[in-house]
Ligand binder design. Structure first.
Ligand SMILES: [Cu+2]
Length: 165
């Protein structure tokens, strides 16, 4: 009797597994902005930086605790030294101009100031024209966060709101 129950349990698990695989296939084939990452449904975000010193997204919305897969593309042609772009998500309450000026002095670390790592939730690499970088992180708690490009002088224009609902 015990064996029989175990057997029934296994079959139920296998059916559940098959259903999960089918759901996965549906995600891959659709144009949905979610994707399975490590077995969790991740929000996929693609954002571009341009030679005109702009991000093409001024607002990004995600859910608290959600896995986020973010791809930054430098859609321009200019070199990293002249028009480098990154995407830096700051913790709540961080003074953006103060962070920006410390970042500007951190050229040896791609404008990510080592003294301020505690102010950063996630960031990409610094990119030149035609390059891209993808990062994965977990969305923080509900709130409104600021993202910037920390290349010197860029944060005034290259800034957006990361809304966690
Ligand atoms: Cu930039």
């Amino acid at each position: 009797m015990k064996k029989l129950i175990t057997g029934m349990f296994l079959s139920a698990s296998m059916i559940a597994l098959a259903a999960t695989n089918m759901a996965h296939a549906a995600f891959v084939n659709s144009s949905a902005t979610t994707e399975l990452v490590d077995g969790k449904q991740a929000k996929v975000i693609e954002i571009k930086g341009t030679d005109a010193m702009q991000f093409d997204l001024k607002e990004i919305k995600v859910k608290a605790g959600q896995k986020v897969k973010l791809k930054l593309t430098h859609a321009g042609k200019l070199a990293k030294t002249a028009m480098g772009h990154n995407w830096v998500l700051l913790k709540e309450g961080v003074d953006v101009p103060a962070f920006g000026s410390k970042a500007a002095a951190a050229r040896d670390n791609e404008y990510i100031p080592k003294s301020e790592v505690g102010s950063i939730i996630a960031h990409t690499k610094l990119l030149g024209g035609g390059e891209s970088d993808t990062i994965e992180f977990t969305a923080p708690k509900k709130g409104k966060y600021t993202y910037i490009c920390s290349f010197p002088g860029h944060y005034a224009l290259m800034k957006g709101t990361f809304i966690v609902e």
